[in-house]
Design a protein around this ligand. Structure first.
Ligand code: S3P
Length: 425
């Protein structure tokens, strides 16, 4: 029985909204891991007072005008969410303030990831964002003094980072900002904004949604309770499924329906996972999961109808598919090429090194499940979710799995190895 670390996406948003708000925001269950710490570090560089007391985070927000021009670049390190949400936040917060400027940068992996998807719509709103190095990539500069005008924008791909950035920009624009998506990406930003006193109008539009936010809004400090991260829980769910006779209860796991595609797929594959407690009082649904291991798993198909609800769980699902019998087809997943590594390429390469039969497709993977994996040496490619997925495979492979560059696990799941050791002993 154990708890998983706090939700990464919600932790970022709690910190950023807390910094934009006036007053003290208290965050319980914050994820003290590489990515959210990068967000806190960026806020610190803009003179936002932040304190940690025990496991709780306190952000003493001064409102948008309290965000000072940083003396050094804001380094999002490995965190796409930090970089992209910050762009929207700063473009809006500084729209009417000349003399402000921030360089946003990241590590080598983040500098390769696409940023036009945020910059283009922000520029349409009037933001002054300039490439500092290679066009389309970090580092870039957000320059204050360009007032934003609300616009209607239709997201070409379901991405919560772009949606969140535009909503944050829209809060401090003139007029109304409308963001439409054909499929609902994780909805943490729009769920959290009302607890900071901001109204967001949400309407369903044939499978997707339309979000409307009025400009000129002032945020007031809120209290945030961060549930356990279902994306981290996924590795322990998989571990328990793969170990015969395992029985595991994971408590306090976030069960936001925009994130639960993984549970649906493992159930379809024959895995025994049940929600044994459920609570919907804090804005984000939370529950306990009971997992029973050792069932025979079979292959399945994962396509566009599910991808946005499990986009970060493909690495661990690919591992499970190797342990299953029969073919698993993952398609419509081109977005995976733009994550911390090109996950279609790196998963195929590394799972094959471990004895899997994985074929890379332009938009997905075809995995011929053989009911197990041999094991051996593999490389994380600096991608935390790959490192965690391969380590999970090691719990059930015929031979040990050793993961080169496994320290990147700390980006989202510090203490994973120690937790596994405790659960096994
Ligand atoms: C995230 C959104 C997803 C996800 C990432 C976190 C967020 O990315 O993969 O790990 O917190 O908004 P996209 O928005 O690019 O799909």
């Amino acid at each position: 029985r154990c708890r998983v670390p706090g939700d990464k996406s919600i932790s970022h948003r709690a910190a950023l909204l807390g910094a934009l708000a006036k007053g003290t925001t208290r965050v319980r269950g914050f994820l003290w891991a590489g990515d959210p710490l990068a967000t806190l570090d960026c806020l610190h560089r803009m003179a936002v007072p932040i304190a940690r007391r025990g496991t709780e985070l306190f952000i003493h927000g001064q409102g948008k005008d309290g965000l000072q021009t940083p003396g050094q670049p804001l380094d999002a390190r490995n965190s796409g969410t930090t970089a992209r949400l910050l762009m929207g936040l700063l473009a809006g917060a500084w729209g009417e303030r000349t003399g402000t400027r921030a360089i946003i940068t990241g590590d080598q992996s983040l500098q390769k990831r696409p940023m036009r998807r945020v910059v283009d719509p922000l520029r349409m709103m009037g933001a002054d964002v300039r490439w500092v190095g290679q066009e389309g990539c970090l580092p870039l500069a957000v320059i204050g003094g360009s007032p934003l005008q609300g616009r209607e924008y239709h997201l070409p791909v379901a991405t919560a980072q772009v949606k969140g950035a535009l909503l944050l920009a829209g809060l401090h624009s003139q007029g109304t900002t409308v963001v439409c998506e054909d499929q609902i990406s994780r909805d943490h930003t729009e769920r959290m904004l009302p607890s900071f006193g901001v109204a967001v109008q949400v309407s369903d539009v044939s499978g997707g949604q339309r979000l409307v936010v009025q400009g000129g809004q002032h945020l007031v400090a809120g209290d945030v309770v961060v549930p356990g991260d279902i994306s981290s829980a996924a590795f322990l769910v998989a571990a328990a499924l793969l170990v015969p006779d395992a029985e595991l209860v994971l408590t306090g796991v976030g069960l936001n329906p925009t994130r639960t595609g993984f549970l649906q797929v493992v159930q379809t594959m024959g895995g025994q996972v049940e929600v044994v407690a459920f609570d919907n009082r804090t804005g984000e649904p939370v529950g306990d999961l009971l997992i029973r291991g050792g069932q025979d798993l079979h292959g399945t198909t994962i396509d566009h109808t599910l991808i946005p609800r499990l986009v970060d769980e493909i690495p661990v699902l690919a591992v499970l598919a190797c342990f299953a019998h029969g073919e698993t087809v993952i398609r419509d997943a081109q977005e995976l090429r733009y994550k911390e590594s090109d996950r279609l390429r790196t998963l195929a390469l590394e799972l094959n090194r471990l004895g899997g039969e994985v074929a890379e497709q332009p938009d997905g993977l075809v995995i011929r499940g053989q009911g197990g994996l041999r094991g051996g040496k593999c490389d994380s490619h600096g991608d935390h979710r790959l490192a965690l997925a391969f380590a999970t495979a090691g719990l059930a492979a015929q031979e040990p799995v050793s993961v080169l560059g496994a320290e990147c696990m700390d980006v989202s799941f510090p203490g994973f190895s120690a937790l596994c050791r405790r659960l096994i002993s």
